[in-house]
Write a protein that binds this ligand. Structure first.
Ligand SMILES: [Zn+2]
Length: 1000
């Protein structure tokens, strides 16, 4: 079996056995394990088979579940399937429209037949086909899922659960009807969120204030109707006092349009955007930007008249296409004004003269840290000088950085200056809003929304816009009190990795009203307005609770066509309100069943760990927090979120166009599930992007093969040993050799390290310890044992494998089970428990000894390589006792932070035991260097070591050293041995842990 292992047959054997033994089915009444652990992972959208990229999140969650199970927890790890939403609908439409690209993907990547594809015109057929495909793949990957709890989001009882969720939120006033901006697909006429867009991008938008600059007509005329308005969109209305001019791009096409009855000049693109924001827009004529340059316009706040100047940085598709220029506080404006001032040609072309000083920057905000006259200029200086070229990409990035730096600095620390009228002295954060409200009230401003991350494309390929949706149903994530509770929940949660906590805080603050219903797609109807369907990021936020109920639906204790299931049922089992009897009667269920469900929910909730990809932080994961705090008692709020990055394929993003998408099931067939699991996990810690590479796959396969071979070796040896034991009576207990003690000690350390890593889900580190570091230890051990012809190592091998295999089990469950069985264990490795490090087995003498022998080996090998001599005899000289005293004193000093030679020497001389150091300052210097270049672990160990005997240690390593170095004769002396052979007087240079070496 050792040559070629049939991984696939090992996999099917264990999948079958796990199922038969119901090893991953968890119920609350399991008295052998008192602590529960509920791990969930974002359920998949079954609109395609899973590929290597999907494997990461699920494998991580499975590793977590398996680890906690081995640590003795009663782990529940369930799975459902998310049928609802527009992706599946969109796909069925594309099949119906005979979309060649999609059909080619089905053929080429997923190898689907035309017969199967033809059924996909029906959305449910797509969902159920891929549901079963994904489920089969999850089993083949070895995921330890309790499949009794499986459900889809279009199951009838699930729909009732979602209706209950929505009625509950509405009762609490958290669902409101109103007009709010949403990401919108103009073709589908539907709101869009992350799952509806190509590349899974969440449409993100900013709120701009459009400031109406009047042009033509008298300055005092407040009647906008007869005038032409040049509307400038800004994120900083408070800087209106500092406006020196307006910017228009001479190359851009503008239109003169009637906007809600007023005459505006805006870019063509802006006209279209305003329509989606419910403005009545009627285009009168088009004109080039160049025609507007030279106009004068009036600042509505201070009535100053400002000119319109040309600027190439103004984009037609950004805001209104007209920009107000605040050179004192906006780096872009400052830069453009300076460029214009020095561009005589441009000035001539547009008849601009800079004789008056109206374009001098007007400073209107001050802050302690920023004392310069022109904060924008200073902000530019801080990010580095700009190149001359106006359109340079690097310049753009620098200006952007300067802009955002200055913006946040002034927003948080700035105050309005004396030249800002009644706002003088006000904090910028406050003034910003006051000025905006004033302008809105007086009709001098409007609000506009703009996509920040455009272009965002809908899955139907139309470009998304922001739409102001009227009379739509919204989850009011803008609600202050709700946000506060979400923050409170977050602050008590464990977020892994921790650095991402801030991102959650940010999203909680940033979220506002969110459309929670759609007109199309699969899903649950909005209970009070049947024209609407609950949107798919709103029906998937508290479903972890439903896993408890699903078990009873699947076992038919609740019939799925039971129309009597009412809100009272969910109120009781999930919130504990009402009585079981009452609910049972009302819902035509057995009281026993109702009570059992309630108990099971109380047992498994809250969610102990929620796993998901990083892209779900700004939506799903944050909604998960919001909805839990809205609906459940504090004690049932989630406890942990684990976020992981995505997977690259050989360093590249996976994409259909690159043809580098590998379906998960195909990969398992080819390379084996354990190999794929490890290859996905080993290349990065969880938040970084992992890089899947075939070199890694090959390397891991060899490692796993090595473990199999070692187990077989052990098996052969132990069978032999058993036979020998019959002749050897009474049985002799073998004395532990130095390397035995060392290996046992290393095992304890590795257990402690791996456990610490896994407790924080530092997966890469944990795999490194278990697979690589331990393997290196074993190879050293075997070398030592072989060199001294130490035959009976079966006991040590058994101990080693026993621990390594158990630590490998969460990552490579199939290999672990198979090897575990090979080693005569009858029960599944899941039941074997996670190894616990034993402090008493740590042996620092053995650790130092093996460290010394391996360092000497490396040193000699180096000398041999450099000098090219063929050694016949190698002599080692161990240092004398007083040097050890000095060494220890230096070490203690260094560990206490004293690292200069002078400081240390002073300390040594004052102590009579180490005063001899005075005679050999060079030696002290060298010892210091030795210590500073040795690993921290070694430093700590040496401080604890008393009277370490280097001579005996080297003698112990003689056989190995000789074997590895040309079968040379190995001799050891103490430095002060009068009989020593020392032709080149090397002995005197011996230092503690650094014996002197002589080779001939
Ligand atoms: Zn669309």
């Amino acid at each position: 079996m050792s040559g070629r292992i049939d991984w696939n047959s090992i996999e099917s054997k264990w999948i079958e056995r796990w199922e038969k033994q119901r090893i991953f089915e968890s119920d609350p009444d399991d008295s052998s394990r008192e602590k529960k652990y509920f791990v969930t992972v974002a359920y998949p959208y079954p609109n395609s088979p899973q590929h290597i990229g999907h494997g990461r999140t699920y494998t991580l969650a499975d590793v977590h579940a398996r680890y906690m199970r081995m640590k003795g927890y009663n782990v529940l790890f369930p799975m459902g399937f998310h049928y609802t939403g527009t992706p599946i609908l969109g796909m069925s439409r594309r099949v119906a429209a005979n979309d060649t690209e999609l059909i080619e993907t089905f053929h080429k990547i997923y190898k689907l037949s035309d017969d199967v594809i033809a059924t996909f015109v029906e959305p449910v057929k797509i969902a159920s086909y891929f549901h079963h495909e994904i489920k089969a793949g999850m089993k083949e990957m070895g995921y330890s899922i309790d499949w009794r709890r499986e459900f889809t989001t279009i199951d009838r009882v699930y729909s009732k659960f979602i209706s209950w969720q929505f009625r509950t939120l509405r009762k609490k006033g958290l669902i409101v009807q109103g007009s709010h901006p949403v990401g919108w697909c103009p073709r589908d006429q539907n709101p869009v969120s992350q799952h509806d867009t190509i590349g899974d991008v969440e449409p993100d938008f900013n709120e701009y204030t459009i400031i109406k600059f009047k042009s033509g007509g008298g300055d005092d005329d407040d009647d906008y109707d007869d005038l032409i308005i040049l509307p400038a969109a800004t994120l900083r209305p408070e800087t209106l006092f500092g406006v020196t001019n307006l910017w228009v791009n001479p190359e851009v096409d503008y239109v003169q349009a009637q906007v809600d009855g007023q005459t505006w000049i805006i870019s063509k693109e802006a006209a279209r955007k305003l329509e989606f924001l419910n403005h009545k827009v009627e285009i009168i004529k088009t004109l080039k930007g160049s025609e507007i340059i030279g106009w004068k316009a009036t600042n509505p706040l201070n009535k100053a008249s400002v000119p319109v100047y040309p600027a190439s940085f103004v984009e037609a598709d950004s805001g209104t296409g007209i920009v107000m220029s605040v050179p004192a506080h906006a780096p872009y404006d400052y830069h453009a004004i300076e460029a214009l001032k020095s561009d005589k040609k441009l000035q001539q072309m547009f008849h601009i003269s800079f004789d008056d000083d109206r374009v001098s920057p007007i400073k209107i905000i001050e802050s302690e840290a920023n004392s310069s006259e022109i904060p924008a200029a200073e902000a530019i200086e801080q990010v580095g000088a700009l190149a001359q070229n106006n359109n340079n990409d690097d310049d753009g990035k620098r200006l952007e950085k300067a802009t955002s730096n200055l913006y946040s600095h002034e927003f948080y620390k700035g105050r309005m200056m004396q030249n800002t009228g009644r706002f003088a002295g006000m904090a910028v954060a406050v003034a910003k809003n006051e000025i905006k409200q004033d302008l809105l009230k007086s009709g001098s401003a409007e609000t506009m929304y703009e996509l920040v991350n455009k272009p965002v494309k809908c899955r139907c390929e139309a470009e998304c816009v922001v739409k102001l949706l009227s009379d739509q149903w919204f989850l009011n994530y803008g609600d202050r009190e709700w946000k506060q509770r979400a923050h409170e929940c977050l602050s008590n949660m464990d977020i892994l990795p921790q650095d991402i906590t801030q991102e959650f805080d940010y999203v909680i603050d940033w979220l506002r009203e969110r459309a929670c219903a759609r007109k199309s797609g699969l899903g649950t109807k909005l209970p009070w307005d049947k024209e609407w369907i609950v949107e798919s990021l709103s029906d998937s936020v508290i479903y972890m609770a439903y896993y408890v109920i699903a078990k009873y639906v699947n076992s038919k204790a609740i019939s799925d066509d039971n129309d009597n299931i009412s809100d009272a049922f969910f109120d009781y089992v999930l919130l504990g309100s009402g009585s079981a009897d009452q609910v049972a009667k009302e819902c035509k269920l057995a009281t026993y069943t109702v009570e059992q469900i309630r108990n099971e929910f109380s047992y498994f909730y809250p969610v102990d760990s929620r796993h998901s990809g990083r892209d779900l932080v700004p939506n799903h994961l944050t909604f998960f927090i919001f909805n839990h705090v809205a609906i459940f008692d504090k004690k049932n709020w989630p406890r942990q979120i684990v976020v992981n990055g995505s997977v690259l394929m050989e360093g590249k993003k996976m994409s259909k166009s690159l043809g580098n998408i590998i379906p998960l099931r195909a990969a398992i067939k080819e390379y084996g599930a354990d190999t794929i699991r490890l290859a996905i996990l080993v290349s990065a810690e969880i938040l970084q992007d992992a890089d899947f590479s075939f070199d890694t796959v090959r390397g891991i396969r060899l490692k796993l093969l090595g473990i199999f071979e070692m187990a077989e070796k052990w098996r052969n040896m132990s069978q032999q040993a058993t036979e020998e034991e019959h002749h050897l009576q009474p049985q002799q207990q073998r004395l532990l050799m130095l390397e035995d003690r060392w290996l046992v000690s290393r095992l304890q350390r590795t257990i402690a390290e791996t456990t610490a890593s896994l407790d924080r889900l530092r997966i890469r580190e944990a795999i490194y310890h278990t697979l690589y570091s331990l393997d290196r230890d074993l190879q050293w051990y075997l070398k030592r044992a072989t060199a001294r012809k130490h035959q009976n190592i079966t006991g040590m091998l058994a101990e080693f494998l026993n621990i390594q295999i158990r630590m490998l089990a969460p990552f490579a469950p199939f290999t672990a089970e198979e090897v575990w069985e090979l080693m005569n264990n009858r029960q599944s490795i899941t039941k074997a428990g996670w190894p616990v490090a034993e402090e008493a087995k740590i042996d620092i003498v053995a650790e130092e000894s093996e460290f010394l022998i391996s360092s000497l080996l490396a040193d000699v090998q180096n000398i041999v390589k450099v000098t090219k001599i063929t050694p016949a005899k190698i002599v080692f000289y161990a240092s004398v006792a007083w040097k050890a005293q000095v060494y220890k004193a230096i070490l203690a000093n260094i560990l206490e932070g004293r690292i200069t030679f002078g400081q240390i020497m002073k300390q040594l001389i004052t102590n009579p035991e180490t005063a001899k150091a005075k005679t050999d300052p060079k030696m002290v210097q060298k010892m210091m260097e030795d210590i500073l270049s040795s690993p921290l672990e070694a430093r700590n160990r040496r401080l604890k070591l008393m009277g370490f005997d280097e001579v005996t240690t080297i003698q112990d390593g003689q056989s190995l050293l000789s074997d590895e170095i040309n079968k040379a004769q190995i001799v050891v002396y103490s430095e002060d041995d009068p009989t020593k052979y020392d032709p080149k007087s090397r002995a005197k240079s011996a230092r503690p842990f650094k014996p002197a070496i002589y080779i001939e």
